[in-house]
Unconditional design. Structure first.
Length: 158
């Protein structure tokens, strides 16, 4: 089982494309949670977000890097994603007879956990999450759809 959840806590409705691309550097803060079988990393509240609440995860970073991982795997490459707020860990993806996803401690190189899942299921969940993200941006601030940062989600190389 694969589940990607995210909630954006930044107010994106009043910023310009130039501000987003140049001052915000494409960072969209909120909560992000990745569940692979019984392993859950990150946190996504199951309640309504308070008006002044701020999440620490960069949602666009996660989605872009997971997408880059899919593209690397399809080229026969292993992919490592360094986790910004969980900087002690990195996520490693390898593809052979299934998609192997591991959380590895950066300090001692020990594996916290490894799960094997279907590449098709992972891609499906990721693409659904990316589409929901894009729809959220379109609804909240359509001008941001022209952002160089958001366009990375649409390009074939991630």
């Amino acid at each position: 089982m694969i589940k990607i959840k995210w909630v954006i806590t930044d107010n994106l409705s009043d910023i310009t494309l130039e501000e987003f691309d140049n001052e915000w550097n494409g960072i969209i803060s909120g909560y992000f949670e990745l569940t692979i079988n019984q392993n859950k990393e990150g946190f996504c509240p199951q309640r309504k977000i308070k008006e002044d609440e701020e999440g620490l995860e960069d949602i666009l970073y996660w989605l872009n890097h997971l997408l880059k991982g899919v593209h690397a795997l399809k080229k026969g490459e292993e992919y490592e994603m360094f986790l910004l707020t969980m900087n002690v860990y990195r996520l490693v993806m390898k593809l052979d007879e299934g998609l192997h996803i591991s959380f590895i401690n950066n300090k001692n190189n020990e594996t916290k956990w490894t799960e094997v899942v279907s590449m098709q299921e992972f891609e499906s969940e990721l693409y659904e999450s990316i589409e929901a993200f894009i729809q959220f941006i379109k609804k909240t601030n359509p001008a941001l759809m022209d952002s160089k940062w958001i366009n990375r989600l649409k390009c074939p190389t991630g």
